[in-house]
Design a protein. Sequence first.
Length: 170
Amino acid sequence: MACDKRTQAALGAFVCFEDEAGQHLTPPRGRTWGRRGQTPIVKVAGRSSGRASIAGLIAVRPGARTRLLYRLRIHCGRKNERRSLSERDYIGVVDAAHQQLRAPIILIWDRLNTHVSATMKQMIAQRARLTVVLLPAYAPDLNPVEDVWSHVKRSLANLAAHTVSTCWRR
């Protein structure tokens, strides 16, 4: 049986914010420096040959250092391959966080269909030291992980990756 939020906070629970992001290998356009009068040209492959999906979790607790935990999944474009993270991927991030933090977790995340699915609800019910709080329908400003993804995507501007060098076999 799960404890209520106040009880978990009193027991030293970490408040964790979770969010996900995806990035194709086709680089996003960004600004860069170049010689005056010479436009820099970055050559890339014509077709995107992969995609990276990442789920990240920021864990906060008074008196403890803030932590960023994440799980990366590479999608190689194989036939019938899922192009996004599954319930198992998300619960894997939460389980990894629980192992590293060694404390109850109050998880705050958005209303992505994978987060509110029947499969996810069943997985959450099996974890007694996990309390889930859903954010309002559209509230990116309430989730600090959104700022992490914004920084990461800005950093990837003009990155010219050709392929995913190794694709993980399942």
